[in-house]
Ligand binder design. Structure first.
Ligand code: ADP
Length: 499
């Protein structure tokens, strides 16, 4: 592993932080309590800015604004083509500010600036465009009723939506949730993660510039157990859409159940298998397997953190992984040579290191890495364990760090069984040139997204979400829109119909 320069050497001008207050009813406002919290730069553990700390009272105000905008405001009532026009303008404004937003996420989350700039923020615009195009294609069906009744369905916006957003993809997940809800005609309160509040506030500002009416998008920054819990248990929120850990997903479902029974959608954790068969080109697939687990310092819900390698190529593949680790650059996310930056915060940093210690204690062999970097900030080496068994903690639990567990297998049947032996079911990778094996394995794995001979391939048109304890319902695609719609059936008697 190599180390990169820090950002002063990388010579990047960090933008000023423009937005630090809550965004409620079209205005940036202080929290009711006047409290603020620090958002920390994980590269150097310094304070980036103090952010308004919203709690129950601020959530109440934000929900009230969203309720008013839904019940009496123009947004749900606009002709869909108007919603489309405004959403396209929003997308356009996002593209005009790509660099500034990317810098915010890179600083707040320790994400690679170049990735956020060239991929994630442009993807926000793509997703907005995709759902802008869907806004005027929302329609129900005419029913062929059995008796002398005619019927049809109407798809109506579900109402006030609470979006609870994680810190690992602050921009992309914002778009996955906000864009379809806007297209559906909903109004909303967004609760970004406390580690990464900056870009959501920036998007709120751009939404207003684009012409999205006041009260339609509100952003309440603050902590999960206060602001997040107030949103998920609110009696006047009609739907919660959440991405985050399985533990918090469970709390959100409980809060929804014990309040007003609002429906929830959950996109949760994973421990995804990345399966490599003997027939692949090792030089081509090993970098994909490495990045599948280590990309974004492993802070990826679909990380392919369980690598199953068939026995015929096992030794060669492991050697290649070791070589890749040697040239992998860890350091400042603003340096274009860096391949991964710091973990998001001190808590995650400590958590990942404790999993690495567990791996060693459980008897797995450390192939590469295993340490924090000897510098300020939350940097961890890319870490590969071999001789991992299925029952080890590092093979079973989501680590959310740059840690890859490598296992060997013999047969197709065996690997399907072992890959499915997890409480999670978010994603899987299948690497083979044998079409029959690819088909069998992809249909046998119980997970929401299967990548054959690629990894991380996502598109606004591709529904994304999990099986089992990885959650339910989908972001993206038309499924990602329909969860913000209610189906209303309308029936009326019909007399003397010729049909
Ligand atoms: P962690 O930060 O421990 O990894 P998550 O990744 O699940 O937790 O957090 C994702 C989002 O859920 C964040 O916006 C966080 O503030 C929020 N959250 C955390 N706890 C709760 C809770 N009890 N109720 C609602 N939201 C919560």
């Amino acid at each position: 592993m190599l180390q990169s320069k820090d950002s002063s050497e990388a010579n990047f001008k960090i933008p000023n932080i423009k937005f630090t207050k809550l965004f409620i009813n079209g205005e940036f406002v202080d929290s009711v309590s006047g409290n603020t919290f620090e958002t920390i730069d994980p590269r150097n553990e310094e304070v980036i800015a103090r952010i308004a700390e919203g709690n129950k009272y601020d959530v109440d105000l934000a929900v009230k604004a969203a309720r008013e905008a839904f019940d009496n405001g123009p947004w749900p009532r606009l002709p869909p083509k108007e919603r489309r026009r405004i959403m396209l303008k929003f997308a356009h404004l996002v593209l005009e500010h790509v660099e500034e937003i990317a810098a915010l996420d890179a600083m707040d989350a320790g994400k690679l600036f170049s990735d956020v700039k060239t991929s994630e923020v442009p993807n926000v615009a793509e997703v907005l465009c995709y759902y802008a195009g869907a806004a005027d294609k929302i329609h129900g069906t005419t029913l062929k009723m059995s008796s002398e009744i005619q019927g049809y369905t109407l798809l109506e916006p579900i109402g006030v939506v609470g979006h609870i957003i994680p810190w690992n993809f602050p921009s992309q997940v914002f778009a996955y949730k906000v864009a379809p809800a806007l297209a559906a005609g909903c109004t909303m309160v967004v609760k970004p993660a406390e580690q990464t509040p900056l870009s959501a506030l920036y998007y709120a500002y751009l939404a207003k510039q684009a012409g999205i009416p006041d009260g339609v998008i509100n952003v309440v920054t603050g902590f999960g157990h206060t602001a997040g819990a107030a949103l998920s248990s609110h009696m006047d929120v009609d739907k919660i859409s959440f991405t985050g850990s399985t533990e918090v997903g469970r709390l959100i479902m409980q809060a929804a159940a014990t309040s007003n029974l609002k429906p929830v959608s959950l996109e949760l954790g994973g421990k995804s298998p990345f399966i490599v068969f003997d027939d692949v080109d090792v030089d081509q697939v090993a970098p994909l397997a490495f990045a599948g687990a280590i990309y974004n310092k492993g802070e990826v819900c679909v990380a392919g953190s369980r690598l199953f390698i068939q026995e015929g190529i096992y030794d060669k593949f492991v050697k290649k992984l070791e070589e890749i680790a040697k040239t992998w650059v860890v350091g400042d996310p603003f340096d274009p040579n860096t391949r991964h930056g710091p973990q998001v915060d001190k808590k995650q940093f400590a958590r990942v290191l404790s999993y690495i210690e567990h791996g060693k204690r459980e008897g797995a062999t450390l192939l590469t890495g295993g340490n924090a970097l000897d510098r300020k900030g939350y940097f961890i080496e890319p870490t590969i364990f071999i001789n991992v068994t299925d029952d080890m903690k590092i093979a079973k639990e989501e680590i959310f760090g740059p840690v890859l567990s490598v296992m060997k297998f013999k047969t197709v049947e065996e690997v399907i069984k072992r890959a499915n032996c997890t409480k999670y079911g978010l994603a899987a990778g299948v690497m083979t040139n044998n079409l029959n094996i690819a088909n069998t394995v992809s249909r046998s794995i119980r997970a929401g997204v299967i990548w054959i001979n690629c990894y991380f391939g996502l598109d606004p048109d591709c529904p994304f979400g999990g099986y089992k304890s990885s959650g339910f319902e989908r972001d993206l695609g038309m499924e990602g829109l329909h969860k913000y719609l209610q189906v209303k059936s309308i029936a009326t008697p019909i007399y003397n119909s010729p049909w």
